[in-house]
Design a protein around this ligand. Structure first.
Ligand SMILES: Cc1ncc(COP(=O)(O)O)c(C=O)c1O
Length: 333
């Protein structure tokens, strides 16, 4: 029997366009756990197996962002990100499913031949504009230009911020926490920890708020993959404060934010040796692939915690947030 969720978003404030089609798989990783010494029971939440365009955590945000766009009467969506952006690819896919044209403004420089992300975005029907450089201000100026041009053409664009991690999108991640607890409770446990990659912080904040609302004692251990913890933690704190204003959602104090940037390496989108080792360990024990930009770094963090004995006797869920097309991106290492 399904449990009643501890909170449901008000459908008038947060209209939803269905993209998930059910819970993402949740299962144990017995050979991976055993190879790490059998001190910790590691499970995995397969956000990477959500149903469209190689899956990924951002589909949860997009259910509510596309819902908002449709409710507003938009006829197209504009969003932006780096050339490998999973959020951009999934926006293209969600737009295709909703019948909305999608315009993606991506950091440059363009590669020849086009990188995997851009090829997939185009296959999904998106119009891609690529900046000359990876300068963020240049990309933002290009977003403004694209939006102005669409409006001048009589179109009604709905603009989604980088990563789709404003309040509307993050509501989807709150529901992911309830889904996790429903899955683990049905299997007879509540996880001690969830280990998650954190870039814009929306997934981290939503999971924390959802777990707190459900009164679960689970900790969320975020691994910063894009910005150092001192920059990211205030963003997560601000999202938690906003979520805490929604009737029925728990207010989570900032001291509950656990962020570790020891796996960030030289920076966003640059592979690390520990990430590569983590990737091989999961692939060769369980046949599951992670990506070098996000999930490999969080998995490397989890492995380091296990090796230091910090998770002994605990049950830990690794949040496989998706991103596997990143394996085909040209990256520095
Ligand atoms: C595969 C993957 N994992 C993790 C993240 C980080 O999620 P958030 O931006 O909510 O911190 C992203 C963000 O793009 C992602 O694509």
């Amino acid at each position: 029997m399904r449990r009643v969720p501890p909170w449901t978003p008000d459908p008038l404030r947060f209209p939803r366009f269905a993209l998930l089609g059910g819970a993402s798989p949740l299962h144990p990783l017995p050979r991976f756990s055993e190879t790490l010494g059998g001190r910790v029971e590691v499970w995995i939440k397969r956000e990477d197996l959500l149903p469209i365009a190689f899956g990924g955590n951002k589909l949860r945000n997009l259910e509510f962002l596309v819902g908002a766009a449709l409710a507003e009467g938009a006829d197209c969506v504009v969003t932006s990100g780096r050339r490998w952006s999973n959020h951009a690819r999934l926006t293209a896919a969600a737009g295709a499913k909703a019948g909305l044209a999608v315009h993606l403004v991506l950091s440059g420089p363009p590669t020849d031949p086009p990188n995997a992300g851009v090829r997939l975005d185009r296959l999904l029907g998106a119009t891609v504009y690529q900046a000359e450089t990876d300068d963020r201000a240049e990309r933002e100026a290009l977003v403004e230009r694209v939006v102005a041009e669409l409006r001048a053409d009589g179109r009604r664009p709905f603009v989604i911020g980088v990563g789709g991690s404003g309040l509307t999108g993050v509501v989807g991640q709150v529901l992911a926490a309830f889904e996790l607890l429903e899955g683990t409770t049905a299997r007879g446990f509540v996880p001690n920890d969830v280990v998650v990659p954190s870039a814009t912080g929306g997934t981290h904040a939503g999971l924390l708020a959802g777990l707190a609302t459900a009164a679960a004692s689970t900790t969320v251990r975020g691994y910063a993959v894009a910005r150092p913890a001192r920059e990211l933690a205030p963003t997560i704190g601000a999202l938690l404060a906003e979520l805490g204003t929604l009737p029925g959602l728990a207010a989570v104090p900032a001291d509950r934010i656990l962020l570790d940037d020891s796996e960030l390496g030289p920076g966003y989108g640059i592979a690390t040796a520990s990430g590569d080792e983590a990737t091989r360990l999961l692939a060769t024990t369980e046949g599951i692939l992670v990506d070098p930009i996000y999930t490999a770094k969080a998995l490397a963090g989890l492995i380091a915690l296990v090796r230091r004995g910090e998770l002994d006797g605990r049950t830990v869920v690794f949040w496989h947030a998706g991103g596997t097309p990143g394996l085909f991106e040209p990256l520095d290492s």
